[in-house]
Ligand binder design. Structure first.
Ligand SMILES: Cc1cc2nc3c(=O)[nH]c(=O)nc-3n(C[C@H](O)[C@H](O)[C@H](O)COP(=O)(O)OP(=O)(O)OC[C@H]3O[C@@H](n4cnc5c(N)ncnc54)[C@H](O)[C@@H]3O)c2cc1C
Length: 470
């Protein structure tokens, strides 16, 4: 019997080998591409388990996919095989708020969970720009995060327990519903950030937090990004931890304004500090930050917003940056490479200088914005996609940006993941010792190398790829 017939025995017509459907699953939001041989849309853990067991018996790769919004090619089947579209497993199974927990299937879209939690006064803090379309499974598999990580941490801090289908089709649970546990190896964290290379997540118990009663937003502009960075350092040194701390460089501000001329953002390099808590605590922290910024060298303007509408307008603009950058120059498009580096906070000025120098050296415009509060700098590089020379210079610029981040003691990805796009940097960033440990774990849990091969730079010695376009 053909593999497709065996897959149909498990999930019926939710398995397909049609060229059109396979093509629809051949990319994510990155530049990586690779066409799977089969697309399977499971609706239960039992179906996932049977599909993976079949894949193991046939030696066929299995790549889990959430919404395909990843920016590193993680959900792309670069070595062919089966793409498991997990978006149909999208039930919020249980709200267990007395235990500060919710039980979800992996295909739930992040924002839908927060909509469901809001009436009860709770939220799930990890807050990616893609919240309206990415899945919780993808977020967990990538350890994604966003603007709130400076205070609330990343997805890793909110996963209590996972249900995972391993590479032989068996099903394990990794944790418990308790808020803390001291019971052996932390398997939950092993699977968080493993990008589908160790197993398929089919369920999760997530920790939730009470919604803060009040929020304030301080908007401060500076004559230079360097001076903006100093104001952030002064804020942290004063013992204030904002719930978000973002920088928009002057080019980003100009582009946002071109996109929406009514936007109330000041000129210059702009910092956005959000603070939250009780009414009194939020107002006090905002006043302290405003005073610190006003006194900081190079401060051009400082304002505070407290109305929900005004704050939402600014945050909506911040979320627009990724798309708005296309307004910089109609002949150029943003390409997502070198877009997610992170460095220790005190190295941010040095990283920004490196990016400016790289941009000049390669002749590729670079906009800089991001989560300055946790060291995560998003760099938007633009090229004329019809110009082969620009593609070559873009690759050189992205490579130089990645290497600069590593040199400064940072990471090639703070939240978007490694996937296939950044796997070549794993050795340089982590060193041979750490990579050997990761390879040993991979081999122990996935001896046939079928779980999302071609990712994280871990499986080059697993033998030749089995199909796919690479
Ligand atoms: C406009 C835009 C803005 C973005 N902003 C942010 C941001 O602010 N912060 C951030 O962190 N990311 C951001 N991203 C990147 C992306 O949205 C995240 O990486 C997200 O977590 C991916 O979720 P997904 O459901 O699309 O996963 P996919 O892209 O489908 O998959 C991502 C990885 O997870 C694995 N995976 C998916 N589901 C499972 C599962 N059930 N079991 C095991 N492995 C699985 C895949 O194999 C793959 O390796 C942004 C992307 C875009 C396009």
């Amino acid at each position: 019997m053909d593999i497709i017939e065996k897959l149909r025995d498990i999930v019926g017509d939710r398995a397909s080998a049609s060229p059109a459907e396979r093509l629809c699953y051949s990319s994510d939001a990155s530049m990586v591409s690779g066409t799977p041989d089969y697309v399977v849309r499971p609706l239960s853990t039992a179906e996932v388990s049977m599909v993976v067991e079949l894949a193991a018996a046939e030696g066929v790769p299995v790549t889990a996919r959430g919404a395909g919004t990843g920016l590193a090619g993680g959900a792309v089947a670069v070595r062919g095989g089966i793409v498991l579209d997990m978006s149909g497993m999208n039930r919020i199974v249980e709200m267990d708020l007395a235990n500060l927990a919710v039980v979800v299937e992996p295909g739930v879209v992040q924002a839908r969970l927060n909509e469901a939690l809001k009436p009860s006064g709770f939220f799930f803090p990890p807050d990616p720009g893609s919240a309206n379309f990415c899945t919780l499974g993808g977020l967990i598999a990538n350890n994604g995060s966003g603007m709130r990580s400076v205070k609330y941490g990343t997805t890793r801090n909110y996963v209590l327990d996972l249900e995972v289908v391993l590479a032989d089709g068996s099903v394990v649970r990794t944790g418990s519903r308790t808020l803390k546990a001291a019971a052996g190896y932390d398997l939950t964290r092993l699977f968080i950030g493993s990008e589908g290379t160790l197993g398929v997540i089919t369920g999760a118990v997530l920790r939730v937090a009470p919604l803060p009663k009040a929020r304030r937003l301080v908007i401060a502009s500076f004559n230079s990004a360097e001076e903006a960075g100093q104001a952030v350092a002064a804020t942290f040194a004063a013992g204030i931890v904002p719930s978000a701390c973002e920088i928009l460089d002057r080019m980003t501000v100009a582009v946002l304004r071109r996109c929406d001329p009514s936007l109330r953002l000041p000129d210059g390099d702009v910092l956005l500090f959000e603070v939250d808590g009780s009414e009194g605590a939020a107002a006090e922290a905002a006043a302290e930050i405003a005073a610190l910024c006003s006194a900081a060298p190079g401060a051009a303007s400082v304002a505070t917003a407290s109305g929900a509408g005004e704050m939402e307008e600014i945050w909506a603009a911040r979320r627009l940056v990724g798309a708005a950058v296309s307004r910089l120059d109609p002949t150029k498009s943003r390409i997502y490479v070198g877009e997610d580096v992170g460095v220790p906070i005190k190295e941010i000025p040095a990283m920004r200088r490196e990016v400016s120098e790289i941009s000049d050296r390669f002749g590729i415009p670079a906009m800089k914005y991001g989560h300055i509060g946790d060291g995560n700098l998003h760099v938007a590089l633009f090229i004329d996609v019809l110009d082969d020379g620009e593609w070559a210079r873009l690759a050189g610029a992205a490579d130089a940006i990645h290497r600069a981040a590593i040199r400064l003691g940072g990471t090639v990805s703070s939240e978007h993941g490694i996937g296939a796009a950044r796997s070549e940097y794993m050795n340089e960033q982590l060193g041979e010792g750490a990579i050997s440990v990761m390879r040993a774990i991979k081999r122990a849990l996935d001896p046939k190398g079928i779980m999302n091969p071609g990712k994280l730079g871990l499986d080059d010695d697993y033998g030749p790829p089995s199909g796919g376009e690479g």
